[in-house]
Design a protein around this ligand. Sequence first.
Ligand SMILES: [Zn+2]
Length: 238
Amino acid sequence: MDMRLRWFLNAEDRLDAWVTRQHQERVLAGRTAPVGPCPDEAFLEGIGRQSKQIALSDPRVDHAANCPVCMRQLLELRFQHQSRRRKLAFTAAVGCCLLIVAAFVVVSWRGTNATHPVDNMAAISETIDLSNAGTLRSLQSDPSQPSPLQSVSLPRALVKVTIILPRYSRPGQYTVAVTHDQSANDPLAHGAAAANGGGDREEVSVDLDLRKSKPGFYFLATTHEQDQASYYYPLQIK
Ligand SMILES: [Zn+2]
């Protein structure tokens, strides 16, 4: 009986598979003598699923292993069970592939954006004319006083901003930053470039990535390389 029941226990082993085939052929050809009546389909399904609730000492197992009717039903049930498992495995594999592809897309998207924020996306060109603007010098600011200055605005985007500096600004390197307050701490975005122009007009162009900023009121700060303090201009991000 042990040999006949091997099929139920382990169909992976080649010798067992061969023995199983030989046995199946004998059963299906009606050359075995099953004992007792045929068990119900639920029981055969349990065998087909290799359910642990079915004891191999159960006489119905011995019957099913020797009855051509039960054997055919078992083979059909096993086929159905396996194709269900294959479908599940296929679905899981497809799901895994989709996840991997999605993760790859996200990672590569983040990677390219982190390393080449300016290259991969067209920056919006904006010009801010401060030639006639007054300034809020950081050391002189009074937060209780509303700013008398006209606020300038920038879009929530990757911006290539050209700032026409206040008249008589010095040439040289400037740092431009978008800040929450009138301090250079924790700017939202910043860039540095040399001013160009001449005479009484200097302008400086920098890329500012404002895509992650929230709409609201900020400051645009300009700092000359040889200047300790920054100039702050009210800025609205829309
Ligand atoms: Zn039977």
